[in-house]
Ligand binder design. Structure first.
Ligand SMILES: Nc1nc2c(ncn2[C@@H]2O[C@H](COP(=O)(O)OP(=O)(O)OP(=O)(O)O)[C@@H](O)[C@H]2O)c(=O)[nH]1
Length: 383
C-alpha cells in the first residue's frame, strides 16, 4: 500500500546553539559568463565576484561526447560522468522547484506551504557529458512527531548514498538555526556539498552578494551557486557544477527517462496537491493520501475490486484521503460534496496528463485519529 503524509506543525525550530565559526578559504562562487547572463533587470548580473569558469570543480572538463540515444543503457562515452545528487534544505527553500527546473518537467509537488515533499522524488538530468540523478528529500527540521523523526532518518540515509549534496538556502531569508542545524549535519557527510542560494530573483544585487558571503561563512562548501529556478537563471551553471562532482561512470538511466518515481506515488501527490488547493490553512499537514487501487480494464489486476460500471475502458484509480479529525473530513468533502467533486476534477486532469490516458477516479475520505504519531498508522501509510 502506498501512502504519504506531511509533518505536523510549522517549520519553526527551537534555538540551537552553534554557531559555525569563520571558515577557511571561500568556496568558488559560480556565476554565468556574460553571454549566459539574461538581459534586463537581473539580480545575478554585475555582482563583483569573479568566477573561475563554470564547469566541474575538479578541473576535468566535459568530454563533449554525446550519450548514445535510443539504447536502453547507452555505452559510456569518453569522460562521461554519472551519479546521484541530493537537494537538501529547510522546508520551502525551493528544492522541488529547482528539481523541476533542472529536470525540465514537473516531477515533485510544488506548494507554498512547508513540508510538502515527503518522498525521495528522483528526476534524471540528461546532459551530453553527464547524467545527474536527482534525489529530492523532505525538508530537514527538528522532529516534533514520530513522522518528523522518520523523515529525518530518511534524509540521513539518503545523504550517505549520494555523490554530491546541494544545500539550498533562499536568498530572501536570513540564515537561521534551521540552516545551521542542516549545515552541521551535512558536514559529516562524505559527499562534497554545493551551497545553492535559491530564489535569487527575489532580492537585489547587494542583498544577494551579502547572502552569498553569509552562506560562505556557514560551512565548508565545494562551490556556491546562486540560482533562480523561477526565472530559469543559472540552472545550467548549477548542473555543470553538480556534474563535475560526479564520478566517471556510464549513464545510469536510459536517455529520455525523466523520473522513476513509482506511478502510485505520483498519483497520490497529484491528488494531495488538488486536495490542498484553497484550504491549505484549514488543512495544514494532517492529510495523507493512499492509492488503494489502480486497475487497468485492459489487463487483469489480481485482487481487484473489479471494474466500475460505466467506467468503460478507462483506467480506474481508487484513492483514499485520510485526515485526523471529523472536522477536517467536513472541510475536504465540502457542502453537499462540492469540494470533493472539485478535488476530483482537478486531480483527474493532473493524473490524465501524467498517465496520458483517460481515467475513472474514485475518491474516499476517511478519518484516522492522530495518524502522525501512531506507529501502526504510519506503517499502514507506508512510513
Ligand atoms: N521567486 C521565486 N520563488 C521560488 C523560487 N523557487 C521556489 N520558489 C517558491 O518558493 C516556494 C517553495 O518552493 P518549493 O520548491 O515547494 O520548496 P521546497 O524546498 O521543495 O519545499 P518543501 O517541499 O516544503 O521542502 C514556492 O512557493 C515556490 O514557488 C525562485 O527561484 N524564485
Amino acid at each position: 500500500m502506498t501512502g504519504q503524509s506531511t509533518e505536523n506543525g510549522n517549520a519553526e525550530t527551537t534555538e540551537i546553539n552553534e554557531p559555525v565559526g569563520p571558515t577557511a578559504p571561500a568556496a568558488p562562487i559560480r556565476f554565468p559568463s556574460d553571454a549566459e547572463l539574461m538581459a534586463g533587470e537581473n539580480a545575478l548580473a554585475g555582482i563583483d565576484l569573479t568566477d573561475d569558469g563554470a564547469g566541474g570543480a575538479d578541473g576535468e572538463g566535459p568530454a563533449g561526447a554525446t550519450a548514445a540515444a535510443g539504447l536502453s543503457l547507452p555505452v559510456r562515452p569518453e569522460g562521461f560522468r554519472a551519479g546521484f545528487a541530493c537537494l537538501i534544505g529547510r522546508p520551502n527553500t525551493g528544492k522541488s522547484t529547482l528539481t523541476n527546473a533542472l529536470v525540465g518537467t514537473k516531477v515533485a509537488i510544488m506548494s507554498d506551504r512547508p513540508q510538502t515533499t515527503r518522498h525521495n522524488v528522483r528526476g534524471v538530468v540528461h546532459r551530453e557529458d553527464a547524467q545527474i540523478v536527482l534525489v529530492d528529500t523532505p525538508g530537514m527540521h527538528r522532529p516534533k512527531t514520530l513522522l518528523g523523526k522518520r523523515l529525518n532518518d530518511l534524509v540521513r540515509e539518503t545523504l550517505t548514498d549520494v555523490d554530491v549534496i546541494a544545500f539550498c538556502i533562499p536568498a530572501d531569508e536570513k540564515i537561521g538555526p534551521g540552516d545551521r542545524f542542516i549545515a552541521r549535519d551535512i558536514a559529516e557527510s562524505r559527499a562534497p556539498v554545493v551551497a545553492v542560494v535559491t530564489k535569487a530573483d527575489t532580492v537585489g544585487r547587494e542583498a544577494l552578494a551579502a547572502q552569498l558571503l553569509a552562506v560562505d561563512q556557514l560551512g565548508d562548501w565545494a562551490d556556491i551557486v546562486p540560482v533562480s529556478a523561477a526565472r530559469g537563471e543559472q540552472i545550467d551553471v548549477l548542473a555543470d557544477v553538480l556534474a563535475g562532482h560526479l564520478p566517471p561512470s556510464p549513464p545510469l538511466y536510459p536517455t529520455g527517462e525523466i523520473t522513476d518515481e513509482p506511478r502510485d506515488l505520483m498519483i497520490a501527490e497529484l491528488v494531495r496537491e488538488a486536495a490542498l488547493e484553497g484550504v491549505r490553512d484549514e488543512l495544514p499537514h494532517s492529510l495523507a493520501v493512499i492509492v488503494d487501487e489502480v486497475m487497468d480494464p485492459r489487463g487483469t489486476t489480481p485482487g481487484s475490486l473489479g471494474p466500475v460500471k460505466g467506467a468503460g475502458n478507462r483506467m480506474q484509480v481508487r484513492v483514499s484521503l485520510v485526515v485526523e479529525r471529523d472536522s477536517q473530513k467536513a472541510i475536504v468533502i465540502g457542502k453537499g460534496g462540492a469540494r470533493l467533486k472539485e478535488i476530483g476534477v482537478r486531480a483527474r486532469r493532473g493524473i490524465e496528463d501524467y498517465l496520458r490516458r483517460k481515467i475513472y477516479l474514485d475518491l474516499h475520505v476517511r478519518t484516522a485519529k492522530d495518524w502522525q504519531s501512531d506507529p501502526k498508522a504510519l506503517a499502514k501509510l507506508g512510513f
